[in-house]
Design a protein around this ligand. Structure first.
Ligand code: PLP
Length: 427
């Protein structure tokens, strides 16, 4: 039966951004079973043995405790599991010298839902019929923001400026403060730091400037810290979280090894969190209490922050080194390729300037030699204007083995050389 969908139903059942590409990738993987494929498309973190062991140990501890029944056999508060919230308050107050209370924390079913709640609680049409925008201050950014608003016209992204280091084939995005507009028409601001897909880390000054632009209009700024310290600590450059009256510091335990448990954490002003908590009550009641109970153990003992710094971060940083080293050795020097500075997250972001075909066509060429990456154009949600750069980038996952990354990048270099050469000959 084909259901008659409402406008919202039709819109929400659309596969946005990378999900649409994933469908093509999964079909390719299925059609090429038995063939050697270098799949560098995944956003799913790897299972690192030390991390898995930590969660096993915390589970064993929970199982042996009298708390177990209370955790899994009962509903709880929409705000989150109280012992987990207490541990978070204590950890953050100690670590960052804050004065948080239990009311400054909201635990959600994964951090994706924080953005969904916020986009619709703060963005969209208000009672006066005015459209409140959801502003993404630096595009490209996380593709998942593309589907969060029930009112898609509310999403507005801004083109960045580019710091280009031509001699070394490197570049870095920066927010373009000459264009960025945050006004009374803004409902909220969202960005990821470190950024999926680029690995960019906005500086503290840039973050503070964005928050200061939003403050006079009481606009909440959600800093998506899914890859940030203290856990999973997937920053390869020095960075400290920024807190402030209008900042919601949003965390995820997914990249710290618990994506299946769906734990997102928003830290900030009590009144902002209350609006989101009501959304959560209506949508799904609360996040997994089992996940929160084992996470409370791992955070309270310091084991999670420790494993993030000593296992998770070095693992992906070494993968980035392999990616960078291979591209340096294999990419032709005479084509304008630029790797985004690897400041964090689990991806490399490659810009092929003047690419003589679209990123989607280049992705198809790569598939022919058994290499799968994600075409970059999926990572510009909310950017309405045409910009050729959108079709010149690729996201390369660091979840491959060293061999997969090395061979994948060598083949990519060959394909790039051929593609640019063919175009030069035909001119
Ligand atoms: C930047 C960023 N934000 C949010 C999420 C959503 O994570 P989760 O809902 O698992 O916490 C992801 C997942 O990949 C991400 O990369």
């Amino acid at each position: 039966m084909k259901p008659a969908l409402s406008k919202t139903g039709a819109q929400m059942s659309n596969l946005t951004g990378v999900r649409a590409i994933m469908k093509d990738i999964n079909e390719t993987l299925r059609a090429n079973q038995g063939q050697e494929l270098y799949n560098l498309s995944a956003g799913n973190p790897l299972i690192l043995p030390e991390v898995e062991q930590l969660w096993r140990d915390c589970t064993a501890d929970l199982l042996a405790s009298s708390e177990y029944g209370e955790v899994v056999c009962r509903y709880g508060s929409s705000q989150g599991y109280a012992p987990f919230i207490s541990v978070m308050v204590k950890d953050f107050n100690q670590r960052y010298g804050l004065n948080l209370t239990e009311r400054n924390i909201l635990v959600t079913a994964g951090s994706q839902t924080i953005y969904f709640y916020a986009a619709n609680a703060f963005g969209g049409y208000n009672n006066d019929g005015d459209l409140k925008q959801i502003v993404l201050p630096l595009s490209p950014d996380y593709t998942g923001y593309g589907g969060v608003s029930l009112c898609p016209e509310a999403l507005v992204a801004y083109k960045p400026t580019l710091d280009i280091d031509s001699a070394n084939h490197r570049f870095k995005y920066r927010p373009d403060f000459t264009q960025l507009s945050i006004t009374e028409a803004t409902g909220c601001v969202i960005f990821s730091r470190p950024c999926n897909p680029t690995g960019n880390v906005l500086t503290n000054e840039e973050v503070e400037k964005i928050a200061a632009l939003a403050a006079p209009f009481h606009v909440p700024v959600l800093i998506d810290s899914a890859y940030a310290p203290p856990f999973p600590a997937l920053n390869f450059t020095e960075m400290t979280p920024v807190f402030g009256e209008n900042i919601l510091h949003c965390m995820s335990l997914s990249k710290a090894g618990l994506p299946g448990e769906r734990i997102g954490i928003a830290i900030g002003d009590e009144k902002l969190l209350q609006a989101l908590e009501s959304f959560q009550t209506n949508a799904g009641i609360h996040s997994s209490r089992y996940g929160q109970a084992i996470a409370a153990r791992a955070i309270e003992s310091g084991a999670l922050a420790n494993i993030a710094e000593t296992v998770i971060r070095p693992f992906y940083q070494q993968k980035f080194d392999v990616l960078e080293g291979t591209l340096e050795a294999a990419m032709p020097k005479n084509i304008p390729w630029f790797l985004h500075r690897g400041e964090g997250a689990i991806f490399g972001w490659l810009w092929l300037e003047d690419l003589p075909m679209t990123d989607w066509e280049f992705y198809q060429e790569l598939k022919k030699v058994g290499v799968i990456v994600v075409p970059g154009s999926s990572f510009f949600p909310g950017l309405k204007e045409e910009w050729e750069h959108k079709h010149q980038c690729l996201r390369i996952s660091l979840t491959g083995s060293d061999e997969e990354i090395t061979i994948g990048m060598q083949r990519l270099a060959q394909v790039a050389e051929q593609v640019y050469q063919r175009a030069a000959v035909s001119v």
